[in-house]
Write a protein that binds this ligand. Structure first.
Ligand code: NAD
Length: 494
């Protein structure tokens, strides 16, 4: 099967001749082939979106959201079938897929509030006899470019808000996991959404660059690795667009001894931290990577505890109910993670559990969780995004030292502190660079109604994803000053 485009309300075959296989990473079965779309595909999609904008913009917001209400009902009904497709093409467990579809539904629910969220401002008598109103107006065609790791959730960080605001949209899914989007667009089609409001174009760099350069595209929302985020930000801005580009991450979790004070505290802190690293096989931008223990006792607890948990993790096909952790996305990704582990050992990291072993009998791209201790901040593995299930343990002597470690990392997506102290929590939240902060939370993912995005090398742009900032990103502000004359040309109200 060649994965189709959805343009102007019709399924279409791309003009591309090059394709990449969509591979189930648990079995290595080829599920489909993604066309590496062409500039002409993008032209067609943007033209359809531009044409649809003319009447979509005039459709009252309260009518626009009726399609989203219908879509939410369909998503709820089809949550299981979407999750199964997602697990097959991506590898994560069914439980994890269901969770990500739930997050997508929450975005749709929040975007249904657009009639209120879109409201502007007004004042009477800003000068004698003059009133002023300021409204938020949709701008035209927006585009979204998604990564492989959350095919159902990440595109929803943007498009429901863009479309509810009155814009039209072109989505480019990841070429590695396009089938979830196809399923979602099939459901979208059932809502009766007018043709051209939402469009889907398959592809890779050619499609991305064409979207970033297209004169009719007003703005780009990108999520992916930092080098591509920088490229999209620079190209989009150079072509006069609004851009929000969310990039890679290297997240640090800090453990204070007071978060291990009883057995219950200890179990909870240990599980929360370790699961942050290995959930979704480590393929999350909010995954913890380095666990910094403050003091010898915390460090000893984590060395023993993390290795014990790693050993117990059941790795397998995400569709099986016994599976705790699925495969990583590709053979290349697996090799990259294995090489990084080897180089870390060469640099002095101490192996507590080697997740590269015990997976040879499995057919897919599997790794068990690896646990490495004695991590130093200068090591390659302490600086680079791994995007795999590798738990890095390090020891520091104080919270200040931990904060300094975090702030020296160029990425700044998220960081977490485990503690029972309010004072320590406040200091941490106040002083760390990453703009998404967890206190006793392993994956501090904001909800649909809060804005989301990191800082430094993890985010390029001004306005972040979803929440109120999203409404600002997808609209322009128009201000009108009114003065009215009576029939005798005197100024009314003066
Ligand atoms: P990626 O950068 O390889 O790909 C992302 C998108 O860019 C894809 O749609 C791909 O087709 C396109 N692309 C790839 N190379 C390109 C190029 N040279 N020019 C133009 N377009 C190109 O990322 P990925 O491997 O799919 O996803 C993993 C990355 O995404 C990780 O770094 C992860 O941290 C990041 N991510 C970040 C967040 C966040 O909120 N900050 C969320 C999810 C994922």
């Amino acid at each position: 099967m060649i994965v189709p485009n959805w343009i102007g309300g019709v399924w279409k075959v791309s003009r591309a001749t090059d394709t990449v296989p969509v591979i189930n990473p648990a079995t290595q079965e080829i599920l489909a082939h993604t066309p590496l779309g062409t500039v002409a595909d993008v032209e067609e999609a943007v033209a359809a979106a531009g044409q649809a904008f003319v009447s979509w913009r005039k459709t009252p917001a309260i009518e626009r959201v009726q399609y989203l209400f219908r879509f939410k009902t369909l998503l709820e009904a089809e949550q299981e079938s979407i999750s199964r497709i997602l697990t097959q093409e991506h590898g994560k467990t069914l439980l994890e897929s269901r969770g990500s579809v739930r997050r997508a539904i929450q975005m749709v629910e929040t975007a249904c509030g657009i009639p209120s969220l879109l409201q502007g401002e007004s004042s009477e008598d800003i000068a004698s006899g003059i009133d002023s109103i300021s409204i938020r107006r949709p701008m035209g065609v927006f585009a979204g470019i998604a990564p492989f790791n959350f095919p159902a959730m990440v595109p929803f960080w943007f498009w429901p808000f863009a479309v509810a605001c009155g814009n039209t949209y072109v989505l480019k899914a990841s070429e590695r996991v396009p089938l979830t989007s196809v399923k979602l667009f099939e459901l979208l089609a059932q809502t009766g959404l007018p043709a051209g409001v939402m469009n889907l174009v398959q592809g890779g760099k050619i499609v991305v660059d064409a979207l970033c350069q297209h004169p009719k595209v007003k703005g780009i929302s990108f999520v992916g690795s930092t080098p591509v985020a920088k490229h999209v930000y620079a190209t989009g801005c150079a072509h006069g667009k609004r851009v929000q580009a969310l990039g890679g991450a290297k997240n640090v979790m800090v453990v204070l001894p007071d978060s291990l004070q009883t057995d219950t505290w200890q179990n909870r802190t240990l599980r929360t931290a370790v699961e942050s690293v290995i959930g979704c096989a480590g393929e999350r931008c909010l995954a913890g990577s380095v666990i910094l223990c403050v003091g010898d006792k915390a460090y000893q607890t984590f060395q023993t505890g993390a290795a014990r948990i790693a050993e117990q993790v059941c790795v397998g096909d995400g569709l099986a109910s016994t599976t705790d952790m699925g495969p990583v996305i590709s053979a290349t990704a697996k090799q990259g993670i294995c090489d990084l582990i080897s180089r870390a050992v060469g640099e002095g990291a101490r192996m507590l559990f080697d997740g590269r072993e015990g997976v040879d009998a499995l057919p897919g791209f599997f790794l068990r969780p690896t646990v490495l201790a004695d991590i130093q901040s200068h090591m390659e593995i302490a600086q680079k995004e791994i995007f795999g299930p590798v738990i890095l343990l390090g020891k520091v002597d104080s919270l200040e030292e931990a904060i300094a470690w975090i702030n020296e990392i160029p990425y700044a997506n998220t960081s977490t502190l485990f503690t029972a102290s309010g004072a320590a929590a406040r200091k941490f939240a106040y002083e760390v660079d990453p703009s998404m902060i967890g206190i006793n939370i392993g994956v501090p993912a904001p909800m649909a109604f809060f804005s989301f995005g990191g800082s430094k090398e993890s985010f390029f742009g001004d306005l972040k994803a979803h929440g109120k900032q999203s409404i600002h990103f997808f609209t322009d502000t128009y201000t009108t000053l009114y003065r009215w004359y009576d029939s005798d040309a005197s100024i009314w109200g003066e």
